[in-house]
Ligand binder design. Structure first.
Ligand code: PLP
Length: 356
């Protein structure tokens, strides 16, 4: 492969980029597509499940795919500041790419509802953090309003360049598998990502790089499930803070992806989401954040009930890295907290032999 420098370079003829454009990149994209080996045996079903591990992007989530494009275009247009509302990952990503570009980043985050790792990153990258006494949806509506009154470029997924960057994840999957999968499962919050994947798969199918399109399965948290309910909602609640959203911005695009692909939306409880997160780390060695595991929770549910057919090839997007939310991870492992022993050979030997 040619020397790799990020997804804009790799897919530049499929992106709105000119040879003059100064590319703002941290070498995002090109994330591993990992075939699950143990979970299909555990559930005893004849399926191939792959996870697209987006937690290995530079700031630890898929948001970097959209952000490299959004910040590149903002700089090209002469913008000196970007702004976003965020449940955490967008703010971390916006902050990093703003530093890279030499511009300012303003981020609105819900007070107390952002995972520790995401807050640490955003602080370290030096963004202007504005905490609001409100949730993501309220932050989003404030951002849209303030952008009319201040010289700032919005880099939420309502920015079409975000979708352009994020569609490259579908390209990578088809390039890796040799064709589109039968089903694509992903968590849905603001619904920019399901919109982007569908755009990417569709472009590859139109150009005959892929011979088919996947069925799109969008999974939500039970307490934040506007697509499943068929109506936007106030006061969304879930442990999976990245999808704690009641008023998705890409509402129509996501419905379109569901309808055109013959797919569906469904919802899962926090317990089911955390069980899937634990299953992935415990049985496959893959640590994702809670929201990400919603994709696997949904896939396993629909494989079990036959909605996803045996013999299928399934891709689940793992949207963010497990290290983003250490608090939720540790609180799930309370009963396996390490024991403390004396610091001598006998005690260590006994600790090993007792556990063999
Ligand atoms: C942003 C995000 C989502 C939701 O993606 P949308 O495009 O808003 O639907 C899911 N998981 C993680 C980890 C995220 O950061």
């Amino acid at each position: 492969m040619a020397r790799y420098t990020g997804l804009i370079n790799r897919y530049r003829n499929r992106l709105p980029i000119s040879t003059e454009t100064r590319i703002i990149s941290l070498n995002e994209g090109n994330t591993p597509l990992i075939k699950l080996e143990n979970i299909p045996k555990l559930i005893d079903k004849d399926v191939e499940i792959y996870v697209k591990y987006e937690g290995l992007n530079p700031t630890g989530s898929f948001k970097d795919r959209g952000m490299t494009m959004a910040v590149t275009k903002a700089v090209e247009e002469g913008s000196e500041a970007i702004i976003c509302a965020s449940t955490g990952n967008t703010s971390a990503s916006a902050a990093a790419y703003a530093v890279r570009a030499g511009i300012r980043a303003f981020v609105l985050i819900p007070d107390g509802k952002i995972a520790l790792g995401k807050l640490a990153q955003t602080l370290m990258y030096g963004a202007e953090i504005i905490q609001i006494n409100g949730n993501f949806d309220q932050g989003m509506s404030l951002v849209k309003e303030v952008a009319k009154h201040a010289p700032v470029t919005i880099v939420n997924s309502i920015n079409p360049f975000r979708i352009e960057g994020q569609k490259t994840a579908a390209f990578e999957i088809v390039d890796d598998l040799g064709d589109a999968p039968d089903y694509h499962c992903l968590p849905v919050g603001n619904a920019g990502n399901i919109t982007a994947y569908w755009k990417g798969y569709t472009e590859y199918a139109v150009d005959k790089v892929a011979t088919k399109l996947p069925v799109m399965c969008g999974y939500q948290a039970a307490g934040a499930s506007p697509f499943v309910n068929g109506a936007m909602m106030d006061n969304p609640e879930t442990v999976a803070t990245a999808i704690r959203i009641g008023r998705p911005q890409s509402w129509d695009f996501a419905w379109n992806a569901q309808k055109e692909s013959g797919g569906w939306f469904d919802k899962f409880t926090d317990e089911q989401i955390l069980a899937a997160q634990k299953m992935l780390s415990y049985h496959e060695g893959i640590f994702c954040e809670p929201a990400s595991a919603t994709s696997l929770a949904g896939a396993l549910h629909d494989i079990n009930n036959g909605k996803i057919k045996e013999g299928s090839k399934i891709v689940c997007t793992l949207t963010g890295n497990g290290l983003k939310d250490p608090d939720t991870a540790i609180s799930q492992c309370k009963d396996t907290h390490p024991v403390t022993i004396e610091a001598n050979l006998d005690a260590v030997k006994k600790a090993i032999l007792d556990n063999m």
